[in-house]
Write a protein that binds this ligand. Sequence first.
Ligand code: CTP
Length: 425
Amino acid sequence: MTSENTAGQSKQVALGVTGGIAAYKTVEILRELQKNGCRVRVCMTPRACEFIQPLTFRAISGEHVVVDDYSPDNPDPIAHITFSQTVDLLIVAPATANTIAKFASGIADDFLTSTYLASTAPVVVAPAMNTTMWLHPATARNLKRLRDDGVTIIEPEEGIMACGTTGPGRLADPQLIVRAALEILENGKQTRPSDLFGERVLITAGATREEIDPVRFLSNRSSGRMGFALAEAAQSRGAEVTLVAGATTAEVPANVRVLRATTAEEMRARVLEEISNSTIFIGAAAVADYRPITRLAEKIKKSDGHFTLTLEPTPDILAEVSRTRHEGLLVIGFAAETIDVVRHAREKLKRKNLDCVVANDVTSDGAGFDVETNIITIIKPDDAAPVTLPVMSKLDAAHRILNEIKDLRATRDGALKEGQSIARA
Ligand code: CTP
């Protein structure tokens, strides 16, 4: 396959290398791009040169490698402008937390960051860093900003890190980075389409609190992040979104209508008020399954011996929405599990008659409550193979869930039209 631009010339790719141990893997990216007919020019941050010599890239690319555009050996006096404006794609691999932070805030204090600012070409960023740096809220915030600015992020892999620890942060497989790059070169940057325009999405999020007495309650560790990410993602794709949120610690997405509910009963009431005006319901809340039979008006006093609290089940909001659904409503549930994830999730899908279940093992690292990332499996009816996704940000996971919901909608609409034409025939 040869990558050519509209003028029939080979695609011009800028490959930015920053100071991480994975810099040696960029050689494979360069070679693969060349094999696919791209002309690749490399630029490096000064720190990247501590890990790999510019000469390596110069020898393989056959091009001058820019590190410092003020350097006297630089053939072009305004290289960051000429370079940035003559490329079809900028790839940064590995991208350190520092470079990501600079991109996010528009700092242009070296050749690579100036190129990023001066270019209108699509950008692919493949982060690689220590797990703690990757999971730091500042990095998550900066990556979110880059995504909002239209940058494609190739999530790092989980595995043994150079520092001996295990976790997410390893540079994604170079082949995967090249595949993503070639796809963008072939089809152009996929900006998020307004493919959910016309849908009205009702989402529950966060934890419910079931009161025991005026100062105590039963609850769980849900932060609301997954539901909020779904709301943000659906909103960005043109849907009208309403959130019914219980107790949450995550930041509420902008421009989304939020209704608050404390108990499962209140959440049920809010949902039932809104459901007739919705086309998609997603139950992402961690609703308490039980509540105390009575809420005591006075604070329970400590006494000697055991204390027994009698609980009763709360209403199952998801099951009720599914049971009483109006035509066209898609109903999606979550299944937080600790063992036999897919089997239990399938069982929930059947029992609650859902269109789709998003399952996760809440005990695995990088998944579940109160973390920025998730590892999900999407399960649809009809014994279709489950879609198991690697660890990714909750926002990326949200988009993958919405892609599946969009497919479900297309299948349902297709079946509806087919049914109508059979009825007419
Ligand atoms: N759910 C709900 N109302 C409840 C309990 C759960 O709407 N009272 C929804 C959750 O929002 C989630 C799904 O049901 O979408 C699954 O919740 P989960 O607690 O995992 O399943 P349960 O059906 O409660 O079964 P179990 O706790 O036994 O796994």
